[in-house]
Design a protein around this ligand. Structure first.
Ligand code: NAD
Length: 307
C-alpha cells in the first residue's frame, strides 16, 4: 500500500481509503459480520483511512464501524461528519454539532476523531457553514475532540474554503473529472487536504450496477454499463480500471471506496498495486467522451455549480 500526506495535516493516509456508507445498508442490506470482517481485512492489508457519517443508515454505519474497530482504534485515521441526519434533515447549528460529535464518539467507541467534516454543505447557506459550523468545529478541535476539520459535498464551488480537509465525491473518476477545473487548484494553492470519494461513481462502475436511487442522468448510467461490458470483453474488472484511474490523481491523498465485503477489499487493494491497462483506459475514455462531466443538482439552487 502506498501512503500520502493529507494536505498540511501531516496525516499519512493510504491511497485507498475505506468508505463506511455501505455498512449502513446504503447500497442494500449488508451482512454485519461480513462488514466487520471487511474492516479487519482492510486494516490487515494496510488501509488506514476510515470514513463514516451519522447519516449512513441513520447511525447504523457508525455503530457497526465502532464495533469493528474495537481494540483497533489506534491503527486507523478515523473520520466522521455532522450536519446531515436524514435525506432532508440538516442542522449545522453549534448546539447540534456539539451534541453530534459526542454521539458519534460514543457510537465509534473512541474519545477523539482524526477528521470531522460538515456533511453535504450545499444543502444550507454558505453563511451557516462559515459563521456557525466551521467556528464550532474549530472550537471542538481546540478542545481535543477532533484533530482536524473540514467539509464535504457534491457541489464543488461550495467546497472552496480554507479548512484542513475537503471531501469531494462523484467528481473525479472515469466518468467525470471536473474536480480539477473547479476545486483542485484552490485546495492545492491553500494546502487543503483533498479526499476523493466514490471512484466507482456510487456503484455505476461495478458489474452489479447502480442502486435504484442513484441520481445520475440515464445516459451516464448507460455509459457505465457500456464500460462494464467493454472491460468484461477485455478480461479486466471495471472496478480495477476505475480505481487505478482515480489513484493516478496527482494531488488527491486518499480515494474512498465503499467496501462492505472482504472480497471487494482484497480486489481493490490488489488493484492499487497493479499497473493500469493503458490501451483499455484509452478506449474507455473515448467511449465516455460524449457523456463526460455530467453531474446532477443537489442542495439549494444558489449553491449549484454553473454547468
Ligand atoms: P463507490 O463509488 O465507492 O461505490 C460503492 C459501491 O461499489 C458499493 O455498492 C460497493 O459494494 C461496490 N464495490 C466496491 N468495490 C467493489 C468491487 N471490487 N467489485 C464490485 N463492487 C464493488 O461509492 P461510495 O461508497 O458512495 O463512496 C465511497 C465512500 O466515500 C462512501 O462509503 C462514504 O464513506 C464516502 N462518501 C462521502 C460523501 C460525502 O461526504 N458527501 C459522499 C459520497 C461518498
Amino acid at each position: 500500500m502506498e501512503y500520502r500526506t493529507l494536505g498540511r495535516t501531516g496525516l499519512v493516509v493510504s491511497k485507498l481509503g475505506y468508505g463506511g456508507s455501505p455498512l449502513g445498508n446504503e447500497f442494500g442490506d449488508a451482512d454485519p459480520l461480513e462488514g466487520e470482517r471487511a474492516v479487519h481485512c482492510a486494516i490487515d492489508l494496510g488501509i488506514n483511512y476510515f470514513d463514516v457519517a451519522p447519516y449512513y443508515g441513520r447511525t447504523l454505519a457508525e455503530t457497526r464501524l465502532g464495533a469493528a474497530l474495537a481494540g483497533r482504534r489506534d491503527k486507523v485515521i478515523l473520520a466522521t461528519k455532522c450536519g446531515r441526519y436524514d435525506v432532508n434533515e440538516f442542522d449545522f447549528s453549534a448546539a447540534r454539532i456539539r451534541a453530534s460529535i459526542d454521539e458519534s464518539l460514543r457510537r465509534l467507541r473512541t474519545d477523539y476523531l482524526d477528521v470531522f467534516l460538515a456533511h453535504d454543505i450545499e444543502f444550507v447557506t454558505g453563511k451557516e457553514i462559515v459563521e456557525e459550523a466551521i467556528p464550532t468545529m474549530r472550537a471542538l478541535q481546540r478542545e481535543g475532540k477532533t484533530r482536524f476539520i473540514g467539509i464535504s459535498g457534491l457541489q464543488l464551488n461550495m467546497l472552496r474554503r480554507k479548512v484542513d480537509v475537503v471531501l469531494s465525491y462523484c467528481r473525479y473518476n472515469l466518468l467525470i473529472t471536473d474536480l480539477d477545473d473547479l476545486l483542485t487548484p484552490f485546495v492545492k494553492d491553500n494546502g487543503v487536504g483533498l479526499i476523493n470519494a466514490s471512484p466507482l461513481h456510487m456503484g455505476i462502475l461495478t458489474a452489479t450496477g447502480p442502486s435504484p436511487w442513484h441520481p445520475a442522468p440515464t445516459q451516464v448510467k448507460e455509459t457505465g454499463r457500456a464500460i462494464i461490458e467493454l472491460c468484461e470483453k477485455r478480461g479486466v474488472r471495471a472496478s480495477d480500471l476505475a480505481l487505478q484511474f482515480a489513484f493516478a490523481h496527482p494531488y488527491v491523498s486518499t480515494t474512498l471506496a465503499g467496501m462492505p465485503a472482504v472480497e471487494q477489499v482484497r480486489q481493490n487493494v490488489a488493484a492499487a498495486s497493479k499497473p493500469v491497462d493503458e490501451a483499455l483506459l484509452a478506449e474507455v475514455l473515448d467511449l465516455i467522451a460524449p457523456y463526460k462531466n455530467r453531474s446532477w443538482p443537489t442542495g439549494l439552487p444558489e449553491n449549484q455549480d454553473a454547468s
